[in-house]
Design a protein around this ligand. Structure first.
Ligand code: WT7
Length: 669
């Protein structure tokens, strides 16, 4: 196994052709980006179209210090542009009209495959922008989107951006409850979805889920006016062979078919010029107190940052074929399936299916089929695929690859090495990209072919990002050490606020350590200055790269009539990284029988989504609480892994509960 000292040098042949050719070059650009951020980013901004240019002397303006006034971050204040115009019209003007923007690969390998050029994409986006306008969507309105990985999803996003509507995508693996909560919070006017989709061998009836969600939103006091539905099921292989007779539920006053609405629309739509700080989109992420947070990104800064990180972190060059496996419903898909690649005129693959269908070599098959040069996926997928050994990999020609990306959680050295050896053939650079929904783009990441790699370390900051480690008292840790990972100044792509809740934004990210943006992650700096992310320092857990809070799962569990109290902790999991381990204290005269355990697992799936299903549910006669009533989670984490070294428990109200918890660990745990 590699150790902290193992260093993997980038491939010198590939380095010669790279945008950034050496670590020295990275360092000098990085220093430039910190010394004069305005100048650094205004040079980058020159490649884009600005309807009104920015004042280079007033390129960034911010306050990061809550003790001095409200937190505010502004880039290019006074400039105006349209991001859709920059992604499509500008690239077409530069000669990329006939370049493929996306190849679409369906769930089934024999699905009709589709490639869409930049010109055709612009036509479709304009037509759909006109559909939205006809349905009364105006600048600033929120549009919720709940779609599978189909081309209509980026089309819908860019149509929103073209007319200045704010898209709010909800990953289609979320439950109707989660969708309802999010639509209600942002007061979505319109919902965009599809009749359904297949995930591997399973059909998903999205429109039916949307109907439930719209009803629930109504109960919460929010009315969604229109629902526009892509007819996707009828065009895919699974349904052609085995037509689904389940009717798609329909309300003809509210629901419209996408293709019918598009029929008579003009393929032209004048872009709405947006101010640099006008909202572009919002995206919900879990918060440690339960209610999801509507992270808001704005126009100019996000464009600069998504474009620049994409170009350098994937070393994208014209002619490359890039593939990110993330669902567009997560921030990774926003920045690195849609905005970043299109801003660079890139050609990408959008894949609807799963790594295991029809076989465990599907990813490798797709890489070979499209001659992918940059591949970006999550450690959980790598670990799951490693299980099948090298044989499925060796069946395919992966020689076109040059950059391999990883995102979502720390990558363990074992998985890193497998990725490096068997997928990258020891020739590709691996970029372990650390970032968050909130950061908008990569913030700590190696630069391919420039940064010498250490397996498991996200290494060094991207341009404009200044990380610091703080100890509990807020003092900066210089040199080697471990602490809270914070940032001392804004980069263009970071979030500006939480939708409709600036106080929560200031409280969550800026109050613990005034003057710093607090990531909620811990990190360690080694003797060579490399940063190693150590994981969340708050009550959040990361299951297969999906971030969730213990509080949100607990609140679902306590909805069950038999449950008095619930406490959830994270436990390490070989494939998922972490999994949910739940402690349940039933109401008096109730028992936690297998049927109840099953009901509780189903409840969490239904309320949050399938990815949140608990692995273990254990009976807890009592929970370890301090005298002030706070649950001591570190004790529960020890019980979950059956480690009796629980540390100091003298502040517990009742020490004996700890022994009882160990005694009640279920067999399957
Ligand atoms: C949290 C953010 C960023 C897109 C996907 C997740 C964890 C993310 C890494 C990495 C270690 C990572 C952090 C972070 N995380 N990437 N390369 N190494 N940890 O976005 O849902 O906002 O989650 O994911 O804990 O805070 P998100």
């Amino acid at each position: 196994m590699p150790s902290e000292k193992s260093l993997y040098s980038p491939n010198p042949v590939l380095a010669e052709k790279a945008h950034i050719k050496s670590f020295e070059e990275y360092k000098s650009l990085y220093n430039e980006s910190l010394e004069n951020p305005g100048e650094f980013w205004s040079k980058i901004a020159k490649q884009f179209h600005w309807e009104t240019p920015a004042d280079p002397k007033n390129f960034v303006d911010y306050n990061f210090d809550i003790t001095k006034g409200p937190i505010s971050i502004k880039w290019m204040e006074g400039a105006s542009t349209n991001i859709c115009y920059n992604l499509l019209d500008r690239n077409i003007r530069n000669g990329l009209g006939d370049t493929i923007a996306y190849y679409w690969e369906g769930n089934h390998p024999s699905d009709y495959s589709r490639g869409i050029t930049y010109r055709k994409l612009l036509d479709e986006v304009c037509r759909f922008a006109n559909v939205l306008k006809d349905h009364g969507v105006e600048k600033g309105d929120r549009v919720s989107i709940y779609m599978p990985m189909i081309l209509e999803l980026p089309i819908a996003m860019l149509a929103c951006a073209r007319i200045g509507a704010v898209h709010s995508i909800v990953f289609a693996g979320f439950s109707p409850d989660s969708l309802a909560e999010r639509m209600t919070d942002c007061k979505a006017k319109v919902l965009l979805t599809a009749d359904g989709a297949w995930r591997g061998e399973k059909p998903l009836f999205l429109k039916a889920l949307c109907d439930t969600a719209m009803e629930k939103a109504e109960e919460m006091g929010h009315h969604v006016e229109k629902c526009i539905v892509v007819s996707h099921l009828k065009r895919v292989t699974e349904c052609k062979e085995n037509l689904i007779d389940q009717d798609i539920p329909w309300n003809s006053d509210r629901d419209f078919w996408w293709h019918e609405e598009m029929e008579d629309k003009e393929p032209a739509c004048y872009p709405e010029w947006m101010n640099a700080e006008d909202p572009l989109f919002m995206l919900y992420t879990s918060g440690s107190t339960g209610k999801p947070k509507g992270v808001l990104h704005t126009t100019a800064g996000y464009l600069l940052y998504a474009a620049t990180t994409f170009k350098y972190v994937f070393d994208y060059k014209p002619g490359d074929i890039y593939w990110c496996t993330a669902d567009i419903g997560w921030i990774t898909g926003h920045s690195y399936v849609v905005y970043g690649p299109l801003a660079n005129g890139a050609t990408s693959v959008i894949f609807e299916g799963t790594p295991f269908y029809p076989d465990n070599d599907r990813y490798w098959d797709v890489i070979e089929k499209y001659k992918v040069s940059q591949f970006y996926t999550a450690p959980t997928a790598i670990r799951a695929l490693m299980k099948f050994g090298e044989e499925p990999v060796l069946k395919h020609d992966l020689s076109t690859l040059k950059v391999l990306g990883s995102v979502g959680e720390p990558i363990n050295p074992e998985a890193w090495l497998w990725y490096y050896r068997y997928i990258g053939k020891e020739k590709c650079s691996i970029v372990d990209t650390f970032w968050q929904t909130e950061t908008g783009g990569h913030v700590i990441t190696p630069i391919p072919f420039a940064t010498p790699m250490k397996p498991g370390s996200a290494s060094f900051p991207f341009f404009g990002v200044k990380p610091t480690l703080l100890d509990e008292s807020g003092a900066e840790i210089k040199g080697e050490g471990e602490g809270y990972l914070v940032f001392t100044q804004p980069w263009p792509g970071m979030m500006r606020t939480l939708y409709n809740n600036h106080p929560r934004y200031e409280e969550t990210y800026f109050s613990k350590f005034p003057g710093y943006y607090c990531t909620g992650d811990g990190a360690r700096r080694d003797a060579d200055g490399y940063l190693w992310i150590t994981g969340r320092v708050d009550d959040m857990l990361n299951v297969s790269g999906h971030l969730m809070s213990t509080a949100e799962v607990e609140s679902v569990l306590t909805e069950h009539t038999k449950v008095a109290e619930a406490a959830v902790v994270s436990r390490p999991h070989a494939i998922k990284g972490e999994c949910l381990y739940c402690f349940i204290t039933p109401n008096s005269n109730q028992v936690l029988d297998p049927k109840t355990i099953k009901e509780l697992k189903t409840l969490v799936r239904e309320r949050i989504g399938p990815f949140a299903q608990p692995d273990i549910i254990q009976y807890a006669p009592g929970l370890p609480k301090t005298r002030s009533g706070k649950i001591m989670r570190r004790v529960l984490r020890k019980v979950a892994v059956n480690d009796r070294n629980v540390g100091d428990i003298s502040t517990l109200a009742e020490e004996k509960v700890v022994e009882e918890l160990f005694a009640n660990r279920p067999k399957e745990a």
